[in-house]
Design a protein around this ligand. Structure first.
Ligand code: SF4
Length: 64
């Protein structure tokens, strides 16, 4: 399975939910918005939880 993570940073409201739920692959960047550490992770990990928790749905997890 190939995992791709798309993050629309323009929409991110800096709530921190993704970082709290999935610190393995999400961190807060210097501009106050979150940042995906690896957009093509080897497995899904906690990224779906991060996407599901995002209040503005700006994280998309695509699996192929
Ligand atoms: S959960 Fe969504 S809005 Fe909140 S910091 Fe993460 S990407 Fe941004």
């Amino acid at each position: 399975m190939v995992v791709k993570i798309e993050h629309d940073r323009d929409t991110c409201i800096s709530c921190g939910a993704c970082v709290n739920l999935c610190p393995d692959n999400w961190e807060m960047a210097d501009d106050g918005k979150s940042r995906c550490k690896n957009a093509s992770p080897a497995d899904l990990g906690c990224n779906q939880e991060a996407a599901d928790a995002c209040p503005v749905q700006c994280i998309k997890v695509v699996t192929e």
